[in-house]
Design a protein around this ligand. Structure first.
Ligand code: DGL
Length: 230
């Protein structure tokens, strides 16, 4: 099976990492030249995501996974209605899992504004810090400060599982909820041969460092800048 996965950058690799238990042909696109998506308008998100989906369709993928909380929370219906290929968002399985549970959420400004999650705290600075391999501790402490003891905490942006160790160190009492894991457990995909192709709109040393931190498998990497037309 050929599976397309996309995000604004390396965050979606935390979803891909969970999907790798199913051996398939993965085509991943990370639009890191346009990062962050978390403060873009819905219109911009529609243009950027459509270009990416059309690229993935050119690779003949059988299904597409939106490995971005911001795109999933704001324009999933738009994308699902626009294309014939099955498209899965990253958030719905987590909402199902959370039914009847109390929880807090950390996410991007646009995901918080969509009101898809309860008790959502905007964390605008985390994605750029993660992408640039910079220290997150100071801002992370501030964001986590107001979350009550022992809460369930939804990592509402797919970049945040990269910070699992840092969050556990600052707040070992929190129960972290990883959307990629919940989606992957729910999908139940077939398994044949594993092939991983990664496309990023900008390839540099930071990116390669980040990829190798997140996924532990062989991959082919290519720089590919899609042409965005307004
Ligand atoms: N991984 C994206 C998400 O889940 C990050 C969005 C951004 O680029 O700000 O929301």
């Amino acid at each position: 099976m050929k599976i397309g996965v996309f995000d604004s950058g390396v965050g979606g690799l935390t979803v891909l990492k969970e999907l790798l238990k199913y051996k398939n042909e993965y085509y991943y696109f990370g639009d890191n030249i346009n990062i962050p998506y978390g403060n873009k308008s819905k219109y911009e998100l529609q243009i950027l995501s459509s270009k990416i989906i059309e690229f993935l369709l050119s690779k003949d993928v059988d299904m597409i996974i939106i490995a971005c909380g911001t795109v999933s929370s704001n324009i999933y219906e738009y994308l699902k209605n626009k294309y014939d290929v099955p498209i899965y968002d990253i958030i719905s399985p987590t909402l199902e899992y959370l039914k009847d549970k109390n929880y807090f959420t950390i996410a991007t400004p646009m995901t918080c504004k969509s009101k898809i999650f309860n008790n959502a705290i905007e964390c605008p600075l985390l994605v750029p810090l993660i992408e640039n391999n910079q220290d997150v501790n100071k801002v992370l402490k501030e964001y986590l400060n107001n979350i009550p003891f022992n809460s369930n905490l939804v990592l509402g942006c797919t970049h945040y599982p990269i910070l699992t160790n840092e969050i556990n160190k600052i707040r070992p009492d929190l129960k972290l909820i990883n959307m990629g894991k919940i989606l992957s457990d729910k999908l139940n995909l077939p398994s044949t041969n594993l092939k991983v192709r990664l496309y990023f709109s900008k390839v540099d040393h930071n990116l390669i460092n980040n990829i190798d931190k997140i996924i532990d498998t062989d991959y082919q990497l290519e720089e590919l800048c899609l042409n965005y037309q307004k």
